[in-house]
Design a protein around this ligand. Structure first.
Ligand code: OAD
Length: 249
């Protein structure tokens, strides 16, 4: 792809980078997004039936089985060239912090060093009562879909992700807010910029005077306000940016 004039200079001038990623970042690895019209998960399923504490209370087995399928999908895919480009870009900056809404762990698997997970991780299982992590060995050796929790007599094993109506992990959000205030350049990649509080982060960066670059094949509420809005896929845009940054340094 052809990058807009001034983009590589703006990136090259930055010292502290924050990269917000959403489901579109993982799309080219084969993980479905939520809101894309044909392929998005929420085009096929109702979030209120599967991704709320109430749904889990009413139909724990349905929710457990749905997440088990998604876990299998995540386990079967790999990071793509865009994930690796973000790792490669780290060496150009004083810091490059990833703040992700994704629960698939693909940034960590690619080798990114600083990753803040705002919505949890689908490979982690927690107790529905205490939030404590439950070992995979416990899940495998205990019957039930979902199995009972070892941490609370009324608890069940549940996915370690944030559901609608739940708060984000306090520490993760606090760290993300510190990082967004500190950064001088913020990427927003593959997110519809609709689900708060994560969606507010690029706007906080704009208010704090950072350069904001959006990467999304489709325009969002951020597009008109971002300094650069690249209508491209994550893999295409990031591999091009990474290569041109390397050439310019
Ligand atoms: P969405 O599904 O809302 O948005 C995905 C975005 O990625 C869309 O704007 C697409 O245009 C864009 N996209 C698709 N393919 C892309 C590609 N190859 N490269 C770049 N962008 C691409 O996903 P999120 O914004 O991540 O929360 O959704 C936020 C939260 O809503 C999720 O974390 C999840 C969901 O409900 C919870 O489950 C709590």
């Amino acid at each position: 792809m052809k990058l807009p004039a001034g983009l590589i200079t703006a990136i090259g001038d930055a010292r502290k980078i924050l990269v917000l990623t959403g489901a579109g970042m993982s799309a080219e690895s084969g993980v479905p997004t939520f809101r894309d019209a044909q392929s998005g998960l929420w085009a096929k399923f109702r979030p209120e039936d599967l991704a709320t504490p109430e749904a889990f209370m009413d139909h724990p087995q349905t929710v457990w089985d749905w997440y088990a399928e998604r876990r299998e999908n995540v386990a079967s895919v790999s990071p793509h060239a865009g994930h690796f480009a973000l790792v490669e870009m780290e060496r150009h900056f004083e810091s490059l912090c990833l703040v992700t809404q994704n629960v698939d762990g693909l940034h960590q698997r690619a080798g990114s060093h600083e990753v803040i997970e705002l919505h949890g991780n689908i490979m982690r299982t927690i107790c529905s009562k205490t939030g404590k992590t439950i070992d995979n060995s416990w899940i495998q050796s205990h019957p039930g879909r979902p199995p009972a929790s070892p941490h609370h007599r009324k608890g069940l094993a549940r996915p370690g992700v944030v559901w609608f109506g739940e708060s984000l992990p306090e520490y993760a959000m606090k760290r993300a807010l510190v990082k967004i205030q500190e950064c001088d350049l913020c990427f927003s990649i593959g997110t519809s910029t609709l689900v708060h509080p994560a969606a507010s982060l690029p706007f906080v960066a704009l208010d704090a005077g950072a350069v904001v670059i959006e990467v999304n094949p489709v325009r969002t509420s951020l597009s008109a306000m971002a300094h650069f809005s690249l209508q491209a896929t994550a893999a295409d845009a990031l591999t091009t940016i990474s290569a041109e940054l390397a050439d310019s340094s």
